[in-house]
Write a protein that binds this ligand. Sequence first.
Ligand SMILES: [Zn+2]
Length: 131
Amino acid sequence: MNIQSLIFETNIRRSFKLVKQDMLAVHSQVQRTRFDQANTKVLLQDLVKRIQTLEQQMLYPVKKIASRPISKNIFTKKVSKKKFIASKTGNKLHVKNCVFAKNILPKKRLYFASKIKPLNHGFKACECVKK
Ligand SMILES: [Zn+2]
């Protein structure tokens, strides 16, 4: 084997080695791209879900129910039903003609048709109610 063919053979070996390296690089690049694609798909699905959730919230907003210590809808405004009286600033419940009820300023009066509801909502019965 002369020197010329030896150099030629060495060059061919080196060329194949470089081609092999390039092939490996391309292979790993393709795999990385596939991984990125899969990741992007998952991210997209997540985004679509979040958009759908937001759309649902916009169409059907959740109504927050305010908590009230004493419910206003248990008071009565009909004159014929004003049997019990309490003060807006107090917690005692009186019958209409109790002396304590008469001392409550008209603008501070709360009227009830029955004693059951106000007693269930935190008012305490005066002696006049217990009779
Ligand atoms: Zn009373």
